[in-house]
Every structure is written in C-alpha cells, then in structure tokens.
Design a protein around this ligand. Structure first.
Ligand SMILES: [Zn+2]
Length: 561
C-alpha cells in the first residue's frame, strides 16, 4: 500500500494532455507531485482520513498555463504606477494620468504606461494633451507594446529634444509639419528620455514581480519565460528573481531570457554564463535563454520587411523597416550562443526579421550540429511562404502571441493598409506552421496585451477578437469576420500550445505541462469546460480560474468560489 495522498481532487473533468487517458475525474497529489489520475473511485483508494479531499463539482482542471513570452517585472511595476492598461480612449488615459499626477504632487516624473495606439488619431498621442493635465511636469509613458512612448513637453525639454535633434538610427521622433517634436518617441528614440528616469531599485522590481506573479496565478499561469531579464544597475530584474527564489517567494517556474544588448557583441556572453551559473543554484528559476530583439513593429514601420511599406495611399515607400542587429552579426551571435549552450529567443515581427532569425539558426546548425536547445522565434507576424517551410527542419519553435491574430483596429487601420493585401495575408500563420509539424508555444507579451490565456486561446481558435478586447471609439471599422480563418487551430491544440508547448520551450515538459503521475502538481481549476462553452456567453474567452496550484500548494483562489 503506497503512502496516502496529501490532496485529492475528485468528481471533476480533468483534461490531462496525457495521451494514455485524455480525460479523468480525479487526481491524487503527494509531496507536490501527481501520484494518480483516474476515476473518483480509483483516487479515493489512494486517500486516508488525513487526505484533503477537494470536490471539483464537475469543474474542469487543466495543467497550469505557461506563458512563453511575458514581461512580469515590467508589467508588475506598471501595475503599481500610472496604469493605463484598463483605459480605452484618449479621454480615459488623460483622466487617469491627471488623477495619478495629482495624487503624487512631490514626485518629479510621472511614470507608468499601457496605452494603446488606436485610441489616438493615427495612433499617435501628443505632449500637448499631457501638458493640459500635468502642467510642467515630466511624463514618460510607454505604450502597451513598449515600442513607443508618450512624453510631455517638460520631458522633451529635459532631454533636449528639439526640431534640430536628428532621429537616432534605431528609432524615430514623431514631429509636426515644421519638424517640431510632438510628444511620441518610437523605438530607440525612447531612450533619449528613458536615460533621464530615476533608476528602478531591485526592491521596486521585487514588489512589481510579486504583484505580477499574483496576477498571473489568478489567470491559471504557473510558469513562464521572461523575455527581457537584465542585471544592470538600475535595471536588475535578475536580482529580483534571485531574491524571490532565495526566500521561497517565487511560486512560479521561470526561465529568464537574458537581454542581448544590441550595442555590444560577443563580449557579453561571459556575463550571461555567470548569471546562468548563479541561477542554477536557485529553486524554480533558470537563466538559460538569451533574448535578441531583431526588429520593431509594423504599426510604426520599424518591423524589418523584405519589401517596402506602403504609404497611406497604397504607394510604395523606400522604408523596409529596421534590422536591429545586422544579419551577418546575428548569424555569428546565434552561433556563439548555441555553442555556449544558450537557447536563443528572437523577437521577429517582419518577414525579413523572421528570415534573418532562421538564417542565424541555420548557421548555428551548420557550425555546431544539432543542439536540442529549442531556439524560438516570438511574434511571427509576417512570415514569407518560403520561410514557413524552414521551421521544422531547423527545429525552431514558433512562439505566437495569438491575441494579435484578429482584425481589430490595430490590424485593420494601422497595419493592413501599409502592408498591402499580399503580405497582410501572411500574418500569424499558426495553422500553417502547426500543419508542418512545427512545435507551437503560446505567450502573451504582457504588459503589451492581456496575459489572459482564455482570451488568447479564443483568438487562436476563432481569429476574432474577444468582446471587450477592443480599443478606440470607432467599432464600425473593426472587422468582425475571422481574420485569415485558414490559420485557425482547434481548441485542443491551443490548450496544448499554452501548456506542453510552452513547457517544451522552457525545457520543463518532463516535470510539468500535463497532468500525469510523476509530474509536478501545477494545475488550474476553471469555472467551465472549455470544450463545451457557449459562444453567446463569451466563449472560451469568458472562462475564469477558480483555483491555481503549484506543486499542490494553492497560489490563487477566487474569492467566493
Ligand atoms: Zn515582448
């Protein structure tokens, strides 16, 4: 007779992702691991009077979700600052900024972020609007995707940005017809102001991470890959993770993707190795990935494209966007990182950036042979048909942020007109890559967009934005039809991408990602069966998490449930 279970979950609909038995009624947990799955009667046999028995009352249980591309320190810090992510219009934002500024009269800089471009004419906010609510105080507010910042006139003055300031090579200052800066900074231009900000202390990151972790657990997320971990003074999210891991406050499993500074080269790899060695001592934390940002975003014409963007009249321009790392150097860096045993996590949005990322992995394969490191390319907005065929052969994981794969305003107004019909039809090819046996992982890119896996899976299966996920005042312009419906995937595949798929990227699939005896008891109880949802009731996107467990320990419980 084996030792009895500590915890038994009974009378539920447990979706295991175990190929041997996809659905069971009950799960037994001992010492933080799953020790049995089966019928309620089977699991009762593993219980003693000391076992804590939780009656699921028919509710669905899934493996804990894993977010393969997320920025919790940044998201958490922003949650605790001037948080614009709940707003939907210019007016909402200005009210929030004004109230926040008034609440902190003695703080010099107004910081926070989370605005969305479609809330502004042409996607561009102005300093004049901010000045009207904060007066002469400096303001720096990145948007949701962190590729642009909204700044006040005082911030422009402090940074010395005038009509005479040239655009930096990796960015753009938004200007009026006379060349005067108007209050939006894109990509590398953001750093003209960012370098003036008071540095974040490690303690700020610790508090931000705790807030983020609690929020992500409330959405059933038990593990993630942090797509931007730095260890520089004033930006030390690495140390914050180490502190939380050191005193057992890290309740999620985290793989850090260490930030590749694109102004530097191979000399930074020794530093990465030192961080990896330190993290290897920590519980639930590893620093085995390196993040390289290869381009910007389509909406600001900074994503790297194989052919030029169109202008507002549909005419070709001379702008093909930006490759942040020149492709030859990218090949060298990826080959070196691969040889050193680091996974590479590339941000690539435009078709040229995707191709450059695949070329770099191809170079690494040629130089180093197979590595098993599971390099991944995140975002994958525009993928040339030739490159769709290359992922599987190179063993590259497709890391999608499925929430973006719909015809919302950002897509229909700020992207499609400037890509033109042919390239617009190559966006977010989740179905095409899956059908070519490419491993798929899902992530949110929070705080860029919601980290709610149900909203993200909803779009993956419907290619339509969930209700309430839209921004701006002109819903008439939103395409309600499925966006490139051939790229839809089924719900089972979407759940897999958020569990086993992301666990694969994080090299955690032997321990997590499914509900099978021997694995860690990381799981979520949800309020409805995702496979039996009512579209009129909000569909998959409306699901809510009731309880989240990590190693059998409750890390989130919905009040009143
Ligand atoms: Zn990101």
């Amino acid at each position: 007779m084996p030792a009895p279970a500590d915890i038994a979950l009974i009378d539920g609909s447990v979706y295991t992702l175990d190929p041997a038995r996809a659905w069971v009624e009950a799960v037994a947990i001992r010492g933080g691991r799953i020790v049995g799955t089966g019928s309620t009667a089977d699991i009762r046999d593993l219980c003693s009077t000391a076992t804590e028995v939780i009656d699921l009352r028919g509710r669905m249980v899934v493996p804990g979700f894993q977010d393969s591309h997320v920025h919790p320190p940044m998201g958490g810090v922003e949650m605790l600052r001037c948080d614009l992510s709940g707003g939907h219009s210019r007016q909402d934002y200005l009210e929030t900024v004004g109230a926040y500024a008034a609440s902190l009269p003695d703080v010099e800089w107004i910081l926070g972020g989370g605005w969305s471009m479609p809330a502004f004419p042409g996607g561009v906010p102005t300093a004049a609007d901010l000045d009207a609510v904060v007066g002469a105080r400096p303001v720096f507010l990145p948007n949701r995707d962190h590729h642009s910042a909204w700044v006040s006139t005082r911030a422009l003055e402090l940074a010395g940005i005038t009509a005479a300031t040239p655009d930096p090579v990796d960015g753009r200052i938004e200007r009026d017809a006379a060349g005067q800066p108007t209050g939006a900074l894109h990509e590398g231009a953001m750093s003209l102001v960012e370098r003036l900000l008071p540095p974040l202390r490690t303690e700020d990151y610790v508090q931000g991470l705790l807030a983020a972790q609690a929020y992500l657990h409330s959405l059933g997320i038990t593990a993630w890959q942090d797509a931007w971990v730095t260890s520089s003074p004033g930006q030390n999210s690495f140390e914050a993770y180490m502190q939380l891991a050191g005193d057992a406050r890290l309740t999620a499993r985290v793989v850090a993707a260490l930030w590749w500074e694109r102004g530097r080269g191979a000399e930074q790899v020794d530093g990465f190795s030192a961080l990896r060695a330190r993290a290897a001592e920590a519980d639930r934390f590893a620093a085995t990935s390196v993040k390289i940002m290869q381009d910007g975003v389509c909406e600001t014409f900074t994503a790297a494209m194989l052919t030029p963007y169109l202008d507002a009249h549909g005419h070709s321009t001379d702008n093909c966007g930006l490759s942040f790392v020149d492709p030859e150097s990218l090949r060298e860096h990826v080959t070196l990182l691969d040889a050193e045993g680091f996974q590479v996590h590339v941000h690539a949005i435009g078709d040229r950036a995707v191709r450059e990322a695949l070329d770099a992995v191809e170079s690494a394969r040629a130089a180093n042979g197979p590595s098993g490191l599971r390099h991944h390319v995140a975002h994958l907005q525009v993928v040339h048909l030739d490159d769709v065929e290359r992922f599987a052969g190179l063993g590259v994981v497709a890391n999608f942020q499925p929430l973006w794969a719909c015809g919302d305003e950002q897509m229909m107004e700020l992207t499609v007109p400037f890509l033109g019909p042919e390239r617009s039809a190559l966006q977010y090819p989740i179905g095409s890559l899956q059908s070519r046996s490419v491993p798929i992982a899902f992530g949110s890119d929070w705080p860029v967009s919601t980290p709610n896996p149900f909203a993200e899976m909803h779009v993956a299966v419907t290619r339509v934005a969930p209700a309430g996920a839209r921004f701006g005042a002109d819903p008439g312009s939103v395409d309600e039809a499925p966006f490139l419906p051939d790229e839809r995937i089924d719900l089972a595949s979407a759940v897999r991408a958020f569990t086993l798929g992301s666990a694969y990227v994080n090299h955690l699939e032997a321990e997590t990602g499914s509900i099978e005896p021997g694995k860690r008891a990381d799981l979520a109880v949800i309020d409805r069966n995702l496979f039996e949802v009512d579209e009129l009731d909000g569909g998959v996107a409306a699901a809510q998490v009731i309880v989240t467990m990590v190693e059998g320990e409750v890390v989130f419980e919905r009040a009143g449930s």
